[in-house]
Design a protein around this ligand. Structure first.
Ligand code: CO
Length: 433
């Protein structure tokens, strides 16, 4: 197994939910000497300083201050969340003195069929009392095979393979135990948080798939794991950010929550988080925010669809990304993807310099396709942006598939990206330096 894939798998094992993603990034940043800033404090930024700021424990923005006056920002944006089932309040439902199941609802647009017949568990955050009027956040991961959504046998639904509609309230509730498991879910959560259950007064808990990440294929060419969309891009951008050489720009590594539900939360790409942070950085280095934004560039990194072996006609007739074929640049005439001639040219040149292959994705002209963070973020912080991703299959399944070689391509390209600055000379002229 190549070492980047190994490291990616390690990262994924630590990241069952968006809160764990940010916690893992926080600990990697701390290990590398980055200082955590808090939005409620005053900031003093030093030349050569390395910083990060977290919002809602589910989004993070990290940046470095160059030694001279910076030209602008070189930003990557990816997302920390993945489609899953969220545990509802009062989740236990007893069934005929035989089973206990959990009441859940959909988070994001997922493929529901692959959630059947897999070992599942629960992770997330709880808010616990801290003294008279205080609160404290605790992350929990019930790190065992805790629940399962068993399929209905073929004998009881002979037409299932002809296309069955799934109802999330009726079909997708996981069994957590036999009847003796009644009234134990809260205890399990309190045990994991190491607090008394009466002290837990807020919860964001999700199901996740316990299947281990795997490498497979005749030549070990594929990888499968939960959350590849978008933690593969989070991991690639973060390592490129760490590996980069100093430039005349402020390198910015941003990860946002809630992409899968439209980004419109206080910590999503459709929030003030990026703009607020960049304005404070500009202020800290004594430059005009608006001037800096004009000489800035963003890579919106979210995985892309590879051509599927069984559904080759779902892809565009000409632009056909494959796993292990390099970074995918995404285009959409209606600008659901932000790529335009300028950002295509800049990103293509960066990949040439990094010696990383690029591929091109467009939807078939008769398929609407998805969207991502770039165009949403641009309504708050408007700058030249390219949409990219790594080619994958089974997007929004709890166990997705991608190419083993592509992880390194993304790290290399992002390392080159973060080693450059983008200068907008005006009149259609711009340069990388
Ligand atoms: Co995504």
């Amino acid at each position: 197994m190549n070492s980047s894939v190994n490291r990616l798998f390690d990262f994924l094992r630590h990241c069952p939910t968006c809160y764990h993603v940010i916690d893992q990034i926080r600990s990697e940043m701390a290990q590398k000497g980055y200082k955590e800033l808090f939005e409620a404090d005053e900031w003093t930024l030093e030349s050569g300083g390395k910083y990060f700021v977290v919002r809602n424990e589910s989004s993070v923005i990290a940046f470095r201050i160059p030694s001279g006056a910076p030209d602008g920002f070189m930003i990557t944006a990816s997302h920390s969340d993945s489609p899953s089932f969220k545990i509802k309040e009062n989740p236990e439902i007893a069934v005929e003195k035989a089973y206990v199941k959990l009441n859940v609802e959909k988070y994001g647009g997922m493929l529901m069929f692959p959630w059947f017949d897999r070992p599942l568990s629960v992770a997330g955050r709880v808010i616990v009392r801290d003294g008279e009027c205080g609160f404290n956040t605790k992350l929990i991961d019930i790190d065992k095979n805790l629940c399962m959504i068993p399929s209905l046998a073929i004998h009881m639904d002979r037409n299932v393979n002809d296309g069955r509609a799934l109802n999330p309230q009726n079909d997708m509730l996981p069994i957590i135990g036999d009847f003796s498991a009644k009234d134990t879910f809260e205890d399990i959560i309190a045990d994991a948080a190491d607090v008394d259950k009466k002290d837990i007064i807020g919860k964001d808990l999700f199901l996740y798939c316990k299947n281990e990440p795997s490498v497979w294929g005749a030549n070990d060419e594929f990888i499968s794991a939960g959350h590849l969309d978008d933690l593969e891009c989070v991991f690639g951008c973060m390592n490129g950010f760490f590996d980069a050489e100093a430039s005349d720009a402020v390198p910015v590594f941003a990860v946002f929550d809630n992409e899968e539900v439209g980004s419109s939360t206080k910590q999503g790409a459709d929030s003030t988080f990026l703009g607020d942070t960049l304005e404070r950085v500009a202020e800290g280095v004594g430059k005009s925010y608006k001037q800096m934004i004009a000489s800035s560039f963003m890579v919106s990194a979210d995985n892309a669809h590879a051509v599927h072996a069984n559904y080759t006609d779902k892809a565009d007739p000409v632009n056909r990304p494959y796993m292990n074929g390099g970074i995918v640049i995404k285009y959409n005439a209606n600008q659901k993807y932000t790529t335009d001639a300028v950002s295509q040219a800049v990103f293509t040149r960066i990949c040439e310099m990094a010696e990383v292959p690029v591929q091109h994705f467009t939807n078939r002209s008769d398929i609407a396709g998805g969207s991502t963070l770039g165009n949403i973020s641009n309504t708050h912080v408007s700058l030249n942006t390219v949409d990219i991703g790594l080619a994958q299959l089974a997007m929004h399944s709890p166990y997705e598939t991608a190419g083993a070689a592509d992880v390194d391509y993304l790290i290399k390209a992002m390392s080159k990206f973060y080693s450059l600055s983008f200068v907008n000379d005006g009149c259609g002229k711009f340069q990388l330096k």
